[in-house]
Design a protein around this ligand. Structure first.
Ligand SMILES: [Fe+2]
Length: 288
């Protein structure tokens, strides 16, 4: 597993004219969810979109997903799925500690490779492992798991502000955005400095709410204003479609009801607990 920033040259992107940045990751082949997030970002005034890895995964539909990313995202960073696709390996490189989680991660990656063309596989291999986006607010560091390791899980319950600030110092950045874990968070490191996990735009975050997430960063204010955006899409129709295509229900159950079925045993106990149910979650399930 290449480490962020060490295997390839750091990507360098110019964004000094951007007023509002959207950062997404973890689409896992969920075409309608990614489409909804892109539309949402444009609707709230985002004029720059970054994708920080794990485009492909358990839903398949890899080439359709890559086409959306080619069209809409000028700023790119590779995730573990891109790195493993590029090296033609069969495990997902997720960095799970549990055998069952690894088993299902491998199934997801192998399934994703079936709908990925050779040309797109080669393109994924060109994405940088770490990138600098130069904005009017300063440099924003884009990474997948952490600035130091593509597949590190940065969980909110384990954050060490000193470590986060050292990364900002090291990269002379005002803030950094990561993903990979699937659970979004925001951290104020003393204005204007910040760190944010954008969550994932292809899977809910284990709270009985089927909506997905990405991060927006308003750059028009003196201090960057960070937000986690919640986006709904027709998740029930998508789950039905995936079922009809033969996707294992380990993967369609979370799409359908917002509760994870795998990946949990590798988490810290404090993160593994089911998130509180949002208002209206049961009514949503009964709308079918
Ligand atoms: Fe990942």
């Amino acid at each position: 597993m290449p480490s962020a920033g060490s295997a390839k040259e750091t990507g360098r992107y110019e964004g000094s004219r951007l007023r509002k940045l959207a950062v997404m990751g973890g689409s896992y082949g969920n075409v309608p969810a990614l489409t909804a997030c892109i539309a949402h970002a444009h609707a709230i005034g985002c004029d720059g979109l970054a994708f920080i890895g794990d485009a492909t995964g358990c839903c398949g539909h890899s080439d359709e997903t890559i086409a959306l990313i080619r069209e809409h995202f000028p700023f790119l960073v590779a995730g573990n799925y891109e790195q493993k696709a590029a090296s033609n390996e069969e495990d997902c490189g997720c960095n799970y500690t549990n055998d069952e989680d690894n088993h299902y991660g491998g199934i997801a990656h192998v399934w994703a490779m079936k709908s990925l063309s050779a040309a797109n596989r080669a393109w994924l291999g060109s994405w940088p492992d770490l990138a600098y986006l130069e904005t009017r607010a300063g440099r924003i560091l884009l990474c997948h798991g952490s600035p130091g390791q593509t597949n590190e899980f940065l969980y909110e319950s384990e954050l060490d502000d000193g470590r986060l600030k050292r990364w900002l110092d090291q990269h002379e950045a005002v803030g950094f955005v990561c993903g990979h874990s699937g659970f979004p968070w925001m951290r104020d490191l003393g204005a204007p400095r910040f760190a944010v996990n954008c969550g994932v735009c292809g899977k809910p975050d284990h709270d009985h709410d089927a909506a997905v997430h990405y991060a927006s960063i308003d750059l028009s204010t003196p201090t960057p204003s960070v937000n986690i955006e919640r986006v709904e899409y027709d998740h029930l129709a998508w789950a039905d479609q995936l079922d009809s295509e033969g996707v294992d229900d380990v993967f369609t159950i979370p799409v359908r009801n917002g509760v994870w079925t795998c990946g949990l045993l590798s988490m810290p106990a404090t993160e593994r607990v089911l998130r509180p149910r949002p208002n209206g979650w049961l009514a949503t399930l009964r709308q079918r």
